[in-house]
Design a protein around this ligand. Structure first.
Ligand code: UD1
Ligand code: MG
Length: 454
């Protein structure tokens, strides 16, 4: 993003996260189907960070593992004791000593920061500032550090607990993330002391230290919705809401119609083409792509699925991982599809389970068809040829192959392969006894009347 200047990003993730009341580290909780940590790492990478150090605590090894799985060249620094944000940043001392041009400090529990905002912080550094903080106008400023400014200059950041009553009136708060001139970063951080209400080493004191050395400092602002940090489940839900709001706008901006956007839920990686229509109450889990012109009808749930152009899903469709619909395929109400390829123009319109299967182009799968893919130990595949017609309420016991153009009689249990263009019927033959019902009724009524007599 910032050409010509090297950049180190330090992501602080060693906090305790007690208020989540969770067995899982806070930064591994998810927004839009991916961890808070993943959001922050993606944003820093997009902002052009050449090196990323994730600062974690020794008691949360899962965080380091996840960071390296997401970004294999991420460096891990351990903060042995929690002694404040500046102390945490100094856990990345080795990387700081390399002397990158820009240093970005970010919090791993702030998932909605846009790469553009990190870019703006970096631009302020290249404009000659030594320290640039990110501020926001807080609805409720209590608890946050306050940005103390004079004539547009950032003079200091004062933590709420250390602030005077007048300073507590300031609504411009510290979002937490900061950019430091890389050539001075280590020396600035080393000069920070812990003479404050919490006896912690505050990163925010980098501002006062820089000013005392005659260096230029500045602040940028971002909307509160972008900088909101997550400390508890309520804030997690609020970040999720903001994530969904952004994603809905982005999907619509790219040419999809959402009839009731506020009822549709996306994953961070959902891909939606042009002229796609998404009806109300649709949920996209991770790994879904929907090609141009497809329609996702109301109350459908999709994950790990690929929807071809002009295809149609639902209402009440359920697509599970590995479901792949080719062009103009139709999957209707109360149909579940898993690990199955549905050919172009094939129709599976009602009350059906298709799992571990291939359905050929233009095949027609009748209501109530079940692929019996599992014997309690192993899974088996069902192959249904192009143009095949499976009558309603059929069970296809896998492994089994139904040839191109074959017919399956309704209510069949198919256990053997069916050759192309043949008819297979696997059910008891119908027996009809004429007049039986009439005779049965007469006899039964007579018995009932006799039983009632005293
Ligand atoms: C911090 C800011 C405050 C700002 C607020 C915004 C400081 C001193 N204060 O306060 O001005 O308004 O964020 O939300 O920076 N962390 C560590 N090791 C530590 C302490 C913290 O890694 O020893 C990490 C946490 O995991 C978290 C981040 O640093 O990602 C912020 O820590 P937190 O304790 O939440 O800081 P606040 O008190 O909220
Ligand atoms: Mg905090």
């Amino acid at each position: 993003m910032q050409s010509g200047r090297s950049c180190l990003a330090i992501l602080l993730a060693a906090g305790e996260g007690t208020r989540m009341k969770s067995g899982r580290p806070k930064v591994l909780h998810e927004v839009g189907g991916r961890s808070l940590l993943a959001h922050a790492l993606a944003s820093l990478s997009e902002a052009g960070a050449d090196a990323v150090v994730v600062v974690t605590s020794p008691d949360r090894p899962e965080v380091a593992r996840e960071a390296q799985a997401l970004l294999p060249n991420a460096q891990i620094a351990i903060q042995a004791e929690r002694r404040g944000t500046a102390h945490a940043a100094l856990a990345a001392r080795e990387a700081l000593a390399v002397g990158y041009d820009d240093v970005i400090l970010a919090f791993a529990d702030t998932p909605l920061l846009r790469p553009e905002t990190f870019g703006a912080l970096r631009a302020a550094l290249s404009g000659g500032k030594a320290v640039v903080a990110l501020g926001f106008e807080a609805r409720d400023p209590s608890g946050y550090g306050r940005l103390v400014t004079r004539d547009g200059e950032l003079e200091a950041i004062v933590e709420h607990k250390d602030a005077t009553p007048e300073q507590r009136e300031i609504r411009l708060c510290n979002a937490g993330m900061m950019a430091l001139d890389g050539k001075q970063a280590l020396s600035l951080l080393d000069a920070i002391g812990n003479d404050n209400a919490q006896s912690e080493f505050y990163l925010t004191d980098a501002v006062a230290v820089a000013r005392s050395r005659g260096l230029a400092t500045g602040a940028l602002t971002a909307p509160e919705s972008e900088v909101q940090g997550i400390n508890d489940r309520i804030q997690l839900a609020s970040a999720e809401a903001e994530f969904q709001r952004r994603k809905r706008l982005a999907v619509m901006a790219e040419g999809a119609t959402l009839t009731a956007p506020e009822t549709v839920f996306f994953s961070h990686d959902t891909l939606i083409g042009r002229d796609v229509v998404i009806e109300p109450h649709v949920v996209f889990g991770p790994g879904v792509s929907v090609a141009d012109g497809a329609v996702i009808h109301a109350f459908s749930h999709l994950e790990g699925a690929e929807i071809g152009p002009g295809a149609s899903v639902g209402p009440y469709g359920r697509l599970r991982p590995g479901a792949r619909l080719a062009a103009k395929a139709r999957v209707g109400n109360f149909v579940e599809v898993k690990a199955a390829e549905i050919g172009a123009g094939a129709k599976i319109n009602h009350l059906t389970y298709i799992g571990d299967a291939t359905v050929g182009a233009n095949a027609n799968i009748g209501a109530g068809t079940i692929t019996c893919n599992y014997d309690g130990f192993f899974k088996y595949r069902t192959m249904i040829g192009a143009g095949a017609f499976v009558g309603s309420n059929s069970s296809l016991v896998a492994p089994v192959t139904i040839g191109d153009g074959a017919f399956i009689g309704s209510g069949s249990v198919i256990t053997e392969d069916v050759a192309p263009d043949s008819l297979a019927v696997g059910r008891g033959r119908q027996v009809t006894k004429e007049g039986w019902a009439h005779a049965f009724r007469e006899a039964s009524q007579a018995r009932k009347a006799a039983a009632k007599k005293p």
